[in-house]
Design a protein around this ligand. Structure first.
Ligand code: SAH
Ligand code: SF4
Length: 407
């Protein structure tokens, strides 16, 4: 059982940790379990301690390192025991509802949990890396005004297995599981994989599902598991200040902060969580983030909204704040990706370029992110919403409920 996550205020909608739900037929799904938990599950199912230890090690390697999808193919386990494992256990990834590939190579999946809730995952290939954008919740309790996921109610937190399962599905789809030691050619190079980086920037606020995100990322980072270095993983938060230090200590991945505005007035409007944890408090937490230094800078995400947060004065204030808190920072300027019913427009190209220049001239890197996968609606929350359109009145009602919860 995981510890209760305590979040001050009224906005934590899922305060009770849930044990991982059983797979079909009451079988225990092994995906998402730690090595120790797999061993305990095997003991509980009847294996003696020595057997449980050995099998747990083999299963771990097969599932997370080799990407096995069933027990039948595990040739290092005796046949009768494979059949027994299949009766008691499952290796179940989330279900793929839709997989789309954009003309620019971006891939997008609509995935479904075992209890029928849809969520999204996106893969963005670049020349020197490939980044998988992973979801942490179905929906979101926060209500950032420019974000499509923010218009959805939080359905539930994703389980550790549903978070690791996303990475495993992407590896399935890209055909990037390493070959076995026996088959392994000398030219296999994990550094050459398309899926090289992970960002927790899909649907949901990862720091409101802390335990599951931490447990899932531990598996992703395990050397005999999925084997991604923590330097290639980034967790993005809208600014859940009380959880940031723990994220640094217990997960230790790179931090991205969705800043998006430099004045209280504007940030209160577009990131309502700012009314609870203000800009100064947030930047103090960034300055204290364990592991942040010039080699591992904090990324500030800044979505460019026309006439709202994109003036020269805003850019200069951003520089002043970063300097004031002596933050090892880089700024990611994100052109706003519009969606039907959104209250904002994207800043003009020239405005974004000028904003970038001002920050850059102060010695802070401020690249402009290219919009990707527009033809497949690859921005957060858009595929799911296309599948289930809500009326404007309903969106307003959900927004009002969320605002009331924050007050
Ligand atoms: N909840 C976390 C992580 C998920 S959102 C957070 O807010 O940081 C990931 C990023 O996508 C955030 O920086 C968010 O502000 C940005 N984003 C959301 N909707 C967007 C849109 N319509 N256009 C551009 N960026 C958007
Ligand atoms: Fe939630 Fe992040 Fe979207 Fe804000 S930007 S509503 S925190 S997913």
């Amino acid at each position: 059982m995981t510890e209760l996550m305590s979040i001050p205020g009224h906005i934590d909608p899922v305060p009770v940790p849930r044990p991982q739900a059983p797979a079909e037929g009451g079988r225990v799904n092994l995906i998402g379990l730690s090595k120790v938990q797999i061993r305990a599950a095997l003991s509980e199912a009847g294996l003696d301690e020595k057997q449980a230890k050995l099998r747990a090690k083999q299963l771990w390697h097969q599932i997370y390192n080799r990407g096995a999808t069933d027990f039948a193919a595990m040739s290092d386990i005796a046949k009768p025991q494979r059949a027994w494992l299949a009766e008691c256990f499952a290796i179940e990834r989330p279900e793929v509802v839709v997989e789309q590939v954009s003309t620019d190579g971006t891939r997008k999946w609509l995935l479904r949990t075992h209890d029928g809730h849809d969520f999204e995952m996106v893969f963005i290939p670049d020349a020197d890396r490939g980044t998988l954008c992973v979801s942490s919740q179905v929906g979101c309790t926060l209500n950032c005004r420019f974000c499509h996921t923010g218009t959805m109610r939080l359905v539930r937190n994703l389980e550790p297995g549903e978070i690791v399962g996303q990475v495993m599905l992407a590896r399935d789809s890209l055909g990037e599981w390493p070959p076995s030691a026996a088959e392994q050619q000398s030219n296999y190079d994990p550094e050459g994989r398309m899926l090289s980086n992970i960002v927790m920037m899909g649907m949901g606020e990862p720091l409101y599902n802390f335990d599951a995100v931490r447990d899932a990322l531990k598996i992703v980072m395990d050397g005999d598991g999925l084997g991604l270095s923590r330097r290639r993983i980034t967790l993005s938060t809208s600014g859940v200040v009380p959880m940031m230090a723990r994220a640094g200590e217990e997960i230790g991945v790179n931090l991205a902060v969705s800043l998006h505005a430099v004045t209280k007035e504007v940030r209160d409007e577009i990131v309502p969580l700012n009314r609870k944890y203000g800009i100064e408090e947030l930047l103090e937490a960034c300055a204290a983030y364990p592991g942040a230094n010039n080699a591992r800078r904090i990324t500030f995400e800044y979505v460019m909204l026309k006439g709202k947060n994109d003036s020269d004065a805003d850019a200069r204030e951003l520089v002043r704040l970063i300097r004031k808190y002596k933050l090892p920072a880089k700024v990611n300027l994100i052109p706003f990706n519009p969606w039907p019913g959104a209250d904002y427009e994207c800043s003009d190209e020239e405005r974004i370029r000028r904003f970038s220049e001002i920050v850059f001239e102060a010695g802070i890197s401020a690249p402009i992110r290219r919009p990707r996968g527009r033809d497949i609606m690859a921005a957060c929350g858009q595929l799911k919403s296309a599948a289930e359109k809500k009326s404007r009145a309903e969106l307003d009602r959900i927004a009002a409920e969320k605002q009331a919860a924050l007050a």
